[in-house]
Design a protein around this ligand. Sequence first.
Ligand SMILES: Cc1cc2nc3c(=O)[nH]c(=O)nc-3n(C[C@H](O)[C@H](O)[C@H](O)COP(=O)(O)OP(=O)(O)OC[C@H]3O[C@@H](n4cnc5c(N)ncnc54)[C@H](O)[C@@H]3O)c2cc1C
Length: 413
Amino acid sequence: MSTVPDRVVVVGSSVGGVRTAQGLRAAGFGGSVVVVGAESEQPYDKPPLSKQLLSGEWSVADISLAPPGELADADIELRLGVAAGGVDVRDRQLSLVDGTTLDYDALVVATGVRPRTLAAPRSVPLHTVRDLADVGSLRRALDSGGGLVVVGGGFIGAEVASTAAGLGVPTSIVEALPTPFSRVLGDEVGAHLAGIHAEHGVEVISGTGVVALRRGPSGLSEVELGDGRVLSVAAVTVGIGCVPNTEWLAGSGIPVDDGVVTDEFSRVSGVPDVYAIGDVARWYDVRTGTSRRVEHWTHAFQQAQLVAHNIVHPDDLQAHERAPYFWSDQHGIKIQMVGRRGPGDSTEIVWCDGPDGQRPVALYAAGERFTGGVTFGAPKISVRLRRAWEDGARAADVRALIADLGATQPART
Ligand SMILES: Cc1cc2nc3c(=O)[nH]c(=O)nc-3n(C[C@H](O)[C@H](O)[C@H](O)COP(=O)(O)OP(=O)(O)OC[C@H]3O[C@@H](n4cnc5c(N)ncnc54)[C@H](O)[C@@H]3O)c2cc1C
């Protein structure tokens, strides 16, 4: 019979960390819970940063992860504005950068990721969007009226482009691949999304990269592209991927390989009583037999709930086996992806009736195995796709399901 710890320390005060702490209480944990967070703000959610917060539609209060007092009422202690600087796994002690230490019986690492950026002269400010301060400085740059270039065709950059275009800012996306968004969605679906951006006035430039960044004579930033074009804008946002926040674990013995390496139960491999979840974790996916990191909100949320259960019920360990899922809001359309598109997967587009015309549902398959799907403004279909993925449905069954739900044209491959 394994023992339940007395004191759990969680590092990271965003969705993964906060939902772990709350999950421990929900699972009946009566010991002490401390959440350490490098950011000094009360815990907030990140998906709205590139959407409703950047647009000004929502305020900081709207993106809070817990109403005032809720965490204190649950006897969850917050240590905010101080980063963890190291951990001694033998003595079970966490060191904070202010020189203090915290003893733990179980440690949960939920330190997320930070954006990659490009090398640029100091006179060219490059924006990324990961925290509240980033949104403030980007919004000020957009308000100056001089246009925006988003470098990289990732989803956060695409949301920034969508929000900026909605604010009336002349906006371009530059993507080195021939088809934007194709890395995740494939060529056909990626081209469809690029078309939505173009319809909403975003200039989508693909198949060429940024070769130089400099400050132009007018004071604007100049983005020189491989095809010779030069874009002069007030703001440049970089969306070229992220790196996990693991440097603070150097020398601790916690295995790091593009993320903290865990088993299927989110337990750090070979280090007792240390767990890792969310964007920072490279977790073992029993469904695919591979280890990988996932940077999606739902994944962090579900792993938080699961790790809380596994800490409180060490004799009833549960593996994370839910369908991969993320959403993105662009130009008023909710894009939802279930599962994953493997390199050799086929893509089939089925057109369904929507309130304002036809909308595509993309289905991916490896042979007869349904591997994933993408919907545009069709949340009910997305729910059914998630269920089908988790049930291990065959591609033919999913096709029939979509037909039942309102496909109006024969599928085309
Ligand atoms: C702008 C934006 C938009 C997004 N939109 C979507 C979306 O539409 N759909 C979707 O599925 N996902 C979206 N995501 C991704 C989603 O928000 C993340 O998957 C989720 O936030 C991951 O949660 P996490 O707790 O693992 O890590 P994070 O949210 O990255 O939080 C990690 C926290 O740990 C803190 N930290 C780092 N190092 C230390 C340290 N040494 N000590 C203490 N604290 C530390 C960080 O400051 C941070 O607060 C978006 C992300 C961003 C940034």
